[in-house]
Design a protein around this ligand. Structure first.
Ligand code: DNO
Length: 358
């Protein structure tokens, strides 16, 4: 595996490339052109500039998170082919610039959803949290307003204000889309992009729906082992793979994370590893990466990745806000750097132990 760090670009991130470079074991960043909209074509020139900027700091681009998918594609609207053509153009341009992993999601309307961005923990850190009761009581149109105050001035991925202004319209557009239809639209999209992914060796890594269940009655399909295996077989191409995100699949306590990892051998192209702490089955908060701080056995997660021969990029995921840092919720420097170091430590121990037992 290769330890990486997510970076939103210098105009959007409080963390600098110079800081990332000093995190032990981190050589690559996962980045994006954050100012592009779903459906835009990413030009080669802009991709090259992004790469050069990252490389000038001594790091390299390990992959993209995300090239977002236009709603017309998810809905299966009549203009979807135009947007798929644009997506293909972007993939080609990324391939030409030697970038080979693209994370994306197929979630309707909202990307990941939390009900609190700064829940105070007993140690004084703040974390993102989710309670089902809060979602049930909330009008989806008010979702953005209810969390906007805690964004620390950042634009959070999937929660761009321009998009949130259109929530009502978006809900209307998705009204005839159920799980089956969403699966069909995903299949159509994947079948169209696979030839270019093969030609340029671009590994597509779908991000799970977070949380891994339907919110506000919207269909959500990338939520469990059964569905993800269905997706793998419906377009059976090694370039059709997943981002294994422990914090997203782990929202559903019935998902056995190490078992899911083992069932996806060869198809995990990217890993997000983080821990959650469940207070009740419907109330969880994001913990430190350390197993003891949350509900997951992080050793078992890393061991499963090792056992399937995972060799793609991995990154620590949402961190707590600690040591007075003010940053995009989940994406500060300090706690994610601690997470990277801890995950690297687990990995080193697993590798050495396994080699000793051979
Ligand atoms: C949240 C992220 C997601 C993820 C997208 C992938 O912090 O993990 O926003 O990047 O769903 O497209």
């Amino acid at each position: 595996m290769e330890m990486t760090f997510r970076w939103f670009g210098k105009d959007y991130d409080t963390v600098t490339l110079e800081q990332i470079r000093q995190i032990p074991g981190v050589k690559g960043v996962i980045t994006t052109l954050y100012d592009t909209m779903p459906g835009d074509i990413w030009s080669r020139e802009r991709i090259r500039m992004m790469k050069e900027e990252v490389e000038a700091s001594g790091l390299h681009v390990s992959g993209i998170e995300s090239v977002n998918v236009h709603d017309s594609i998810k809905i299966g609207d009549k203009d979807r082919d135009r947007y798929i053509d644009n997506y293909i153009e972007t993939l080609k341009n990324l391939g030409e610039e030697d970038i080979h992993m693209v994370c994306y999601n197929f979630m309707p309307v909202f990307d990941w959803t939390r009900t609190e961005l700064a829940r105070l923990r007993p140690d004084g850190s703040t974390v993102m949290a989710y309670t089902k009761e809060a979602v049930d009581a909330l009008d989806p149109e008010k979702m953005f307003d209810s969390i906007a105050g805690d964004m620390n001035g950042s634009v959070m991925p999937g929660w761009e204000p321009e998009r949130m202004e259109r929530v009502k319209e978006l809900f209307e557009m998705y009204k005839d889309v159920d799980d089956d239809k969403l699966f069909e639209n995903l299949k159509y999209f994947l079948e169209r992009i696979m030839p270019v992914c093969n030609e340029y060796d671009i590994k597509m890594a779908i991000h799970p729906d977070d949380p891994a269940w339907s919110v506000f009655g919207l269909p959500r399909i990338i939520i469990n082992k059964e569905n993800i295996l269905k997706m793998m077989s419906m377009v059976d191409d090694p370039h059709n793979g997943v981002t294994f995100c422990s914090g997203s699949y782990g929202t559903n306590i019935n998902n056995d994370l190490p078992d899911m990892i083992r069932s996806l051998k060869g198809r995990i192209h990217f890993a997000h590893v983080r821990n959650l702490k469940f207070n009740t089955p419907t109330d969880f908060e994001e913990a430190a990466h350390l197993s003891e701080d949350g509900s997951f056995d992080m050793y078992e997660i890393m061991k499963a990745l090792y056992d399937i021969g995972f060799d793609g990029p991995i990154r620590p995921d949402h961190g707590r806000m600690i040591w007075g840092e003010k940053a995009m919720p989940g994406y500060g420097l300090y706690d994610r750097a601690l997470g990277a170091t801890y995950l690297n430590g687990l990995w080193e121990a697993i590798v050495k132990e396994s080699e000793r037992c051979k």
